[in-house]
Write a protein that binds this ligand. Structure first.
Ligand SMILES: [Zn+2]
Length: 277
């Protein structure tokens, strides 16, 4: 049994503030340890539950956050940037039986600790076929095309509630309770590691490859916090402006859908000028 762990940082234990997840800051250095603790707990739980192979795919920002040297020696880690499937890279080779979303968070415009979808502030909402979408929802559609079930989701309580919509069967572990975008009631790493390990052990039973699902066509709409970003995004082929600050595109498969989304976020990031006012 092979498990893939998609590891994002905003939903990790103890993380509530932008500096906590911004590479190079002292707070990030500190929070990497708690992030690694969450991921390692999932690794241990999956091996407890009978996994033979666990691959961790770093999914946050530069994709170089986890401390390899603190992980269980049986795990392997895919670290670094530029991967065809981004946050769920590794799912496409036909050998993964289940995927865990560790450290996930609510989507742009939703309540939730550090809620966003790819970009922190420039994207104010994403909709997939008119349903408000988080990264978890988008990625769940990608992995479904490879027949891989989402078996475990960890994050704040809002991320767990969000996961009820896209992975109702998956085990969920809330490592903190949302108070505001930048505040949460946090549980200690010792406590959350025990919770995650126990849930991952149980989640291993759900790791059974399914028939691939093609739920398309997928229409993705993206709203920005400034109108020029909508203009900038339309350089991506297939992306049309549908409002003053909103664009949309349609893909037959989520494989293309997520790649177009990455292209849009890359172009839009480059179109953000200095702050003023
Ligand atoms: Zn992230």
């Amino acid at each position: 049994m092979k498990i893939l762990i998609s590891a994002d940082m905003e939903g990790a234990t103890g993380v509530t503030w932008p500096a906590d997840v911004l590479p190079g800051t002292p707070q990030w250095e500190r929070c990497r340890g708690m992030f690694t603790s969450d991921v390692d707990a999932a690794v241990l739980g999956f091996f407890d539950g009978g996994a033979d192979d666990v691959l961790i795919n770093e999914a946050h920002w530069t994709m170089r956050n986890l401390l390899l040297e603190q992980l269980d020696e049986r795990a392997q880690m895919l670290t670094g940037r530029h991967k065809a499937l981004s946050m769920v890279e590794g799912v496409q080779h036909g050998d993964v039986d289940g995927i865990a979303f560790v450290g996930y968070h609510a989507g742009a415009g939703m309540e939730g600790v550090l809620a966003h979808t790819y970009l922190a502030n420039q994207i104010t909402g994403v909709w997939l076929n008119d349903v408000r979408a988080s990264e978890g929802l988008l990625n769940a559609h990608v992995v479904a095309e490879y027949g891989v079930p989402v078996v475990l989701v960890t994050g704040d309580d809002v991320a767990c509630e969000d996961a009820l919509g896209y992975a109702p069967e998956a085990l969920k572990v809330a490592v903190k309770d949302h108070v505001s975008r930048y505040a949460a009631v946090c549980r200690t790493p010792a406590r959350t590691a025990a919770d995650i390990r126990a849930a991952a052990k149980e989640a291993a039973r759900l790791a059974v490859r399914q028939e691939p699902v093609n739920g398309g066509p997928f229409t993705v709409a993206v709203e920005f916090d400034a109108e020029h970003l909508a203009m900038a995004a339309t350089v991506v082929p297939g992306v049309e402006r549908i409002g003053e600050r909103k664009v949309a595109y349609t893909s037959e498969r989520m494989y293309e859908g997520i790649r177009t989304f990455k292209a849009v976020t890359t172009i839009v990031s480059a179109a953000v000028e200095e702050q003023y006012g």
